[in-house]
Structure formats: C-alpha cells, structure tokens
Unconditional design. Structure first.
Lengths: 498, 178
C-alpha cells in the first residue's frame, strides 16, 4: 500500500530546498559582481533578478516551522531531484535575458547542460556573449560538478543529511562523516582552481600572446569546464580556438583530474599511493581508455582523415580523452567529427558511454560499475564452465578488500542497463525526427553520459521534443536514476496513496 | 591618427590585392569540404572575433566568422537563425595590418577579406586546420555594440532582492524575541 506523504514531509523538503536556494543565491552574487564591475549592465539586471528569486525562495522557506528535522531517505532523494530541476530553471533567467537564445527553453537546456556538466549548448552567437554571462555558464559547471548539495552540506548540517550526499550520485564517503567529506571535496577543487587557472592563464599569456585580462578570463573558463568535465567554452570553436598543443595538454591534465574519484584524490594526497593501482576501478579505466584509444586510432587511420602520425596522435588522443572523461571539449568542428565513422565512431561512442570514475565530476556508466559488470558476467560464465562444487572468489579490491555479493552484482547490472536504455531513448527520438542512426546514437550517448561532444544534432533549430529528451537524459544521467525515480515514487504516492 | 592612416592604406592597397578578385569561399564550405581546399589559396570574408594572439614568431592568431551575426549582431537587428561559423586564421606580422578590437560583447570586430593558403590537418601543427593569411583587407573597421539594460528588469530584480532582505530582517527580529 502506498502511503500518502504528510504535510510534515513537504515541510522538510521545503526547508532543505530553501537552504540550497540560499547557497545558489550567494553563488549568483559572483557573476552579478562581475557584471557590475565590468559595467555589463544588461547582464547585471538578469543576475539581479536571478539572485532575487533564489534569495526570496530561500528566505520564504525559513518561515516553515518544523518540530524535528530528521531527513529520511525519501526526503533526501526528492530534495536532490527537485534541486537539479529547479536550480537550472532559475539559473536560466540571466541566460534567457541575455538575448542569445531563440526560445526560453533553450536557456533552460543550457542551464541544465551546464549544471549537469554535459556541455551541449543551444546558445547562439557565443562569440559575442558578455564575459559575465560566460562566467555564469562556466560557474554552473563548477557548481554542478562539485555538487550543489555538497556546497550546502559544507555549510549546514542536519540529522540525516547523508541521504542528500548519496542522492547526488556520490558513492563513497572519503572521511568519517559527510560534512568533512564535502569540505575535502571543496578543498581539492580549491587547490586545483589555483594551480589550474595559473597554468592555463600563463600559457594563454606567454605562449598564445593574449592580453593579461583575457588570458586570466580564458584560464578561469577552461578550468571550470575542464576540471568539472563540463565542456562549455567561451568561443564557438571550442578548444580548437587556441591552436596550441600546450594549452590542450594543460586542459587535458585538468580533465583527467576531474574524472578521478575524490577517493583517489584522497589516496594521492594522503597515501597509500601504491594501492591505487590495485583498485578495480583504476585498472578498469586504464584498460578502457587504452581499448577505446586503440579502436579510435585504427578507425581514423583507416579513414585516412589525418595524413600524418602527429595529426592522428594529437587529434585522436585529445578527442578520446575528452569523450572518456566526459568533458566534451573538441579540437575538431562538429561536422568533421560526424565523419569519424566505423571504428573511430565505435571508439568514441564507447568512451563516452563508459565515462570516468565513480564519485567524480564525470558522467557515464562509470569505471567501477564497468569493472563489476564485467566481473559479474565472467563469474556467470565461469559458473557454467567449472564443476558444480567449485567455489569462486567473492572479493574484489577497491580501497581495500571488499565482498562481491550477488546483490551488488545485480545492482550494478541494473544501473548499467538503465544507462543503455537512456541512450536508446534519445537515439530513438532523434531517429524518429529523421536523423541518421550514427549521429542520433552519438548525440544521445553524449547527452546521457554528460559528455557534450556533438556531431551537429544539438542545434537551436532541432525539434522541441528532442530538446526535452536530451534535457531529461542530462538530468537522469547526472543523478544516476535513483533520486529521479524516488521523486516519481513520491509524486505517485501523493496522488494515489492512502 | 596612425590607425586611421593604416586603415586607409589597407583599404587603398586592399583593392589591388591579387586575391581580391577570387571567389569568396564560405566558412561552412571550408569546414565541410576542407580536404578539397588543402594547400590551395582561398579568400574568405568575415568578422575577426575573440582575441588577437600575438605569438613569439611574429604572427597573430585569431578567429574569422562569416555567420549572419557579423553583418547583423544579435543586439542590433540580428535574428536567431544559426550558430557561429568560424575558422582559425594566422596573420603574418609583415602584413602590417592594424587590427584594433576583435569582436566580442562590446565590439563588432573588423570585417575583413583575407586571402591565403588553407591548411587542412596540417602535419606541421599536429593536425590543425587554419588559414595562413598572405593578404588582408579591412572592409569595415570594428565598432562598438550597445549595452542596453532593461529598466523593467532592474526594477523587478530590485523588488525581489528587497523583499528577500525584508524577510531576512523579519526572521531575525522574530528569532531575537524568542
């Protein structure tokens, strides 16, 4: 029997949503200040409206009275799912008001793409966008990649907040409590911010010859999009704009750092470092990167698109790295990427679908799940082949020896299958509108795995239903289903429960 | 003054450029069928946007767009009809062309006609594609774009923020009394 949620449940959810709205209102003060200092008055007015809406929602929630504030699992999941729907809605206000979107929904699409660190974009004439608007687009990557909930958890603590942490697709707790884990995640980001922006800006200034202010601007934008595996760029030609192998290399290092789990960051900082390579996840990602890279390289060599080894190596490697980390930066235009057929298309598609590590800023199925899925399948094959009385190993190594239970195998397989279904959903809708199978599949995987690479399907002129589908894919893919399904269950209980 | 002289010189000599008589190749054509133009001399027209990156070898790298926004920026009479269409261009330092402001938020960049060798997946530059400019003519100098804020948006935003602040004060007063 479904139990109808009580007013108390709504109050708890409202209070948590209000707290998160306050955090985003404070975050919105940064682009507002930027616009005011730079005298970009038109964008500034949009930011003021956005900050006003967030702040008003946050303050209104403080009028809600609660006898106790224990957050149950279902509350947390509903809060997370709603946060990731509502923050892009309000965050899209300055984007929509910028005049660079043909439809208001296009602005929502981009806000969702930014927050989910996907990087697909419907913005038009990005080469004339105000720097403050660009800053907000990239800051959305940072907020989404690090986790808005993580930001809120760093500031507030309440009974049962652990559920919020897990709801935002974080699988492991690095430190004994969630609040200290949240702070550690922000500490890692802060260190990378300083070093990453300094390195990128230095390359932009000394090697590319940009003016100091512009070098810093590009450094900051590419850091946000690279470290948070987002993929937005301040210029329309993505990373190809810079025409620099050194700049691509620095961005590549940040992309890899972003696709690493925060548990791995912790191990690199505090040790033991040797154990890192024993981890199933590390071994899996090294294997899949090598596999997809070889596949793509062979495919590109077969098509003869690149006549030189240096061209093939640099362009092929960067595109695969961008796909596997879920970043979405490109050094080749979308219409050229669309020509990467055969094995190259297969390599890129698989790399995008597999994604980075669990508890990182990357999307996709994630390496740990891939490793465990392979293990489940191999276990079943062995079971058939071995004598009936043979006993199989039931452990795997991931930051220590862990038990591999049938329930774990089933859970991992279920999420992997849900990702496959998600990719098929977008592919089916695009094919229904007349797009070819290859481009439809590529774009759908890109949206569902939060990558952002495009072969040209994502365009302001594409059908509204396709825009809605990709938005849904970005939302579901980033939250890895559980929180969204919980929200649906909550709504059904509200309507049909007793 | 120097800028005016240089622009005038560029305009005068620009008309005598050997490439000026060639057909202008659209950027979309260059990116779709780049291989067929590889190492050929082509002429493109459009707006220079982004940055003028002065490299140590004396060349200037920038981006040339030939989309509709070059003629009709969105904040003027432009319509939402397409994405940006741009390529990288490398301008040799000895061309002595005076480039003041690249296109961006505050500027509609200079509209130029550039001729040069199209490099498609250049092996010397790790597979990059770009136009090696050998002649450039400024058709229209850069000009500023207006930043027109909406007074209505300021009023709405201001009211919302004030309302939030009033709520904050009210909550604080109530909690202090308790």
């Amino acid at each position: 029997m479904l139990l109808r949620p009580e007013p108390h449940d709504f109050r708890i959810i409202g209070v948590q949503l209000g707290r998160i709205a306050n955090v985003v209102a404070v975050a919105g003060l940064f682009p507002l200040s930027w616009a005011v200092v730079a005298r970009e008055w038109a964008p500034a007015s949009g930011f003021l409206v956005m900050v006003g809406v967030f702040a008003l929602a946050g303050m209104a929630s403080r009028f809600i009275t609660l006898n106790e504030e224990h957050l149950e699992w279902s509350h947390g999941m509903v809060v997370v799912a709603l946060t990731w729907l509502l923050v892009p809605a309000v965050g899209a206000i300055p984007l929509a008001m910028s005049g660079h979107y043909g439809q208001p929904f296009d602005a929502y699409f981009d806000a969702m793409s930014g927050l989910s660190t996907t990087g697909l974009a419907l913005i038009q004439d990005v080469d004339h966008v105000a720097p403050s608007i660009n800053f907000w687009r990239h800051l959305l990557h940072f907020l989404g990649g690090q986790g808005i909930i993580i930001a809120a958890l760093s500031l507030f603590s309440a009974s049962g907040v652990t559920t919020l942490y897990y709801g935002e697709a974080r699988d492991e707790r690095i430190l004994p409590n969630v609040r200290s884990t949240a702070r550690f995640i922000w500490k890692v980001a802060a260190y990378h911010l300083v070093i990453g922006v300094a390195a990128l800006s230095a390359v932009a200034f000394f090697q590319l010859g940009f003016r100091p202010w512009r070098a810093l601007f590009h450094g900051l934008m590419i850091f946000f999009a690279g470290f948070d595996t987002g993929g937005f760029t301040p210029q329309s030609t993505s990373l190809g704009y810079y025409h620099s192998a050194v700049f691509e290399a620095v961005a590549g290092i940040l992309m890899v750092a972003g696709a690493m789990s925060f548990g791995l960051h912790y191990a690199l900082w505090r040790g033991p470092r040797r154990a890192i390579f024993k981890n199933l996840e590390t071994r899996t990602i090294l294997a899949t990167v090598t596999f997809t890279l070889v596949l793509t390289m062979f495919g590109l060599a077969a098509t003869g698109i690149y006549s030189s080894v240096t061209g093939l190596g640099r362009q092929g490697f960067f595109q695969v790295l961008s796909a596997h980390t879920g970043t979405g930066f490109a050094t080749v235009p979308p219409n050229e990427l669309a020509l990467w057929g055969g094995l190259a298309f297969g390599g890129m598609g698989i790399a995008m679908a597999l994604g980075g590590m669990a508890s990182s800023t990357a999307g996709g199925v994630k390496s740990l799940r891939v490793g465990l899925t392979v293990r489940t399948i191999l276990g079943q094959v062995r079971q058939v082949l071995l004598p009936e009385r043979a006993v199989q190993s039931t452990t795997y190594y991931q930051n220590g020896l862990r038990r591999f239970t049938p329930a774990l195998g089933q859970a991992v397989m279920s999420v992997s299958l849900l990702f496959v279904a998600l990719f098929l959903l977008g592919t089916g809708v695009a094919i229904g509108y007349g797009y070819g199978l290859q481009e439809a599949l590529f774009e759908s995987v890109s949206a569902g795995a939060s990558v952002g690479l495009s072969v040209g399907v994502t365009d302001p002129t594409m059908p509204l239903l396709l825009k809605l589908t990709y938005t849904l894919q970005m939302w579901l893919g980033r939250l890895e289903f559980v929180a969204v399904f919980s929200l649906l269950g909550f709504l059904v209980s509200w309507i049909r429960g007793k | 003054m120097i800028r005016t002289v240089l622009i005038t010189l560029a305009l005068v000599f620009g008309s005598a450029l050997p490439a000026a008589g060639q057909d202008v190749v659209p950027i979309d054509e260059l990116t779709y069928a780049g291989a067929s133009y590889d190492t050929l001399e082509v002429t493109v027209e459009g707006e220079l946007v982004g940055d003028f990156g002065d490299r140590r070898d004396g060349t200037v790298w920038t981006q040339l767009n030939d989309d509709s926004y070059a003629d009709n920026p969105l904040r003027e009479s432009g319509t939402h009809d397409e994405g940006n269409a741009g390529i990288g261009v490398r301008i040799a330092g000895n061309l002595n062309v005076e480039l003041d402001h690249p296109g961006g938020y505050r500027w509609r960049g200079p509209i130029v006609r550039a001729s040069g060798i199209w490099h498609f997946h250049d092996s010397d530059r790790g597979g990059e594609s770009y136009l090696e400019v050998t002649a450039i003519e400024i058709l229209e100098p850069a000009r500023t774009l207006a930043d027109d804020p909406s007074p209505f948006a300021w009023v709405v935003g201001g009211v919302l923020v004030l309302a939030a602040f009033a709520l904050y004060l009210r909550i604080n007063r109530v909690s202090n009394k308790q």
